[in-house]
Design a protein around this ligand. Sequence first.
Ligand SMILES: [Mg+2]
Length: 222
Amino acid sequence: MDPVQTSRPADAMHAHIFDIDGTLIDSNHVDGELFTKAVRLHVRDCKVRQNWGDYTHVTDSGILEELLRDNSTDPTPELASAVRTSFVKLMEDHLSNHGPFPVIAGSRVFLDSLRRTPNAAVAYATGGWRETAQLKLEAAGFPTSGIPLASGSDHHDRIEIMRLAVDRLGGEFESVTYYGDAPWDRVCADGLNWNFMGVGARINGINDYTHLAALRYGGKQP
Ligand SMILES: [Mg+2]
């Protein structure tokens, strides 16, 4: 009789996909404020729903389209582009005036440790636009070259953004884990049948990656 194979192949690859705001850096509050400010530079006094989760697609492009329609404004590509340009400028100004957003404890070390793990592959998947995502990551000392970044500039639907992040890694994965800080992150990970690691108080997740890093390395820091 053939032996039953109970162990996984040692070289099986595992993908680790990270949301950014609230997951790697503590930026949710300011990001939302600047986004609203950018929209109001172009659509004065526009009304914004009480919670970002009240929008169908909680991504910069998805929220903007629905927000403009709520305010009887046609979401033309020109207007979207103008809002995005203003948002980038506001983010640049914020970072140069206040410095980088605080890093969620241990997140940068954990991400670096995964990058050095031979059977792990790392990518970013954020609902934010690419330009602001890169600004925030680079300011906080996260690598942006050599790590795929799928963003709200690619799609308005978070699940599509998450799928794209894995596509950009290429290859086959035995497992995919999504790290996120919001209820919609968990819903999307469930929808894709991915593992989910919750981060932050909003979803009763971890508030420090150090423990995760320690687990991976048998109690020692990498
Ligand atoms: Mg987030």
